[in-house]
Design a binder for this molecule. Structure first.
Ligand code: SAH
Length: 340
């Protein structure tokens, strides 16, 4: 049966029209779903019984199940089972500016980045928009607090699931629904160029982050197979177009891998690559995993790299670490049951 979280408010209006009801009922229902967070349609008190029966026959309210929660300082990691028993994870991070959640967009991932644990399982399927919405609802319910920020940086490549991701953004942004401001939503991509160009025309002011991780094609080809399809020049050309259309600053993520991409030379290459772009570089100390051989750059290397970028007037930060104790950090999420 269809998950009601899959529907935009316009689709819900169409639904009510199709059953000869007034479309404003969609707004009423959205309030019940996203504000009161009902679990059963019977909890609704201001819509007549016959319509409730109809809704019950046509929809379920949510179809993912929380099967494991691990808690660390400021971080919770959630393992969810989907309706076909596949698994994904989400991570809640408590910041001083609010609660943010990192949601998964696919079961597995086809990008094949060499350093990433989450991508060791090939893509099994895309998540529907409702399954992604559902991750937020479940976490809000668990902590009994609002989620204010969303990063689509969990398992999967969001731009390999473009339709559902953009629909997800519309649903959670709706003021009658979860009402998460578009400026509080960030989509991260490994660099699927045609979708970046499409996203430039997407009429919501969402943040875009690019997993760059290398300052030249030689290194990037080795660690990110997608670079052979969309090399760095092509990526940057697309990002310039994206910037001209949206005027939104772009974030570049750069994981620091020992002896791979962390030399002074690499920092200088990165500077010349990004010069003139309105951007922001987020250096991410690599999170080591048992199954992959890469090592985290030495602390002094990271600081040296940071300094070079900073001195060249490019905005840069070193990402604060979250959740390493419970394998909830970037690139450590799994779609497998092996750690249950
Ligand atoms: N596929 C999208 C969304 C995943 S975002 C993308 O590539 O952007 C997850 C981020 O964590 C990406 O920047 C990814 O490259 C990074 N990452 C993967 N493994 C990591 C690890 N072990 N340590 C730190 N960051 C990692």
């Amino acid at each position: 049966m269809k998950n009601i979280y899959d529907l935009t408010i316009e689709e819900l209006e169409q639904y009510f029209i199709s059953i000869d009801e007034k479309k404003f009922k969609a707004i009423q229902l959205y309030t019940w779903l996203y504000d009161k967070k009902i679990k059963e349609f019977e909890e609704i008190t201001d819509i007549k019984k016959s319509i409730i029966e109809k809704l019950k026959n046509d929809f379920v309210i949510g179809n993912i199940k929380k099967i494991k929660v691990e808690k660390d300082i400021e971080v919770n990691k959630y393992l969810f089972s989907l309706c076909d028993n596949t698994l994904v994870e989400s991570v809640l991070m408590r910041h001083d500016y609010g609660n943010s959640i990192c949601v998964s967009s696919q079961v597995g991932c086809n990008m094949g980045c060499k350093f990433c644990e989450s991508g060791r399982l090939k893509k099994v399927r895309d998540l529907s928009s409702g399954e992604i919405v559902n991750q937020i609802i479940e976490v809000e319910e668990d902590i009994n607090e609002k989620i204010t920020h969303i990063v689509i940086m969990g398992i999967g490549e969001p731009f390999d699931n473009y339709e559902n991701i953009t629909k997800f953004i519309k649903i959670i942004n709706n003021p009658k629904g979860l009402s998460i401001g578009s400026r509080h939503i960030t989509v991260s991509t490994a660099g699927i160029v045609p979708k970046i160009l499409e996203f430039a025309k997407f009429p919501y002011q969402v943040n875009l982050a690019i997993s760059l991780h290398a300052p030249n094609n030689e290194i990037r080809n080795k660690i990110m197979p997608i670079n052979k399809v969309y090399p760095i020049e092509m990526l940057l050309d697309a990002l310039k177009i994206y910037y001209n259309c949206t005027k939104r600053r772009i974030t570049f993520e750069y994981i620091m891998l020992d002896e791979i991409n962390d030399s002074v030379e690499n920092a200088k290459q990165l500077v010349s690559l990004l010069k003139g772009l309105n951007c922001y570089v987020n250096l991410i100390p690599y999170n080591e995993t048992n199954n992959i051989d890469y090592k985290r750059s030495k602390k002094n290397k990271i600081l040296e790299f940071y300094d070079i970028i900073k001195k060249n007037n490019i905005n840069v930060t070193i990402r604060r670490e979250f959740g390493t104790n419970i394998s909830a950090a970037c690139g450590q999420l799994r779609s497998k049951r092996e750690d249950l």
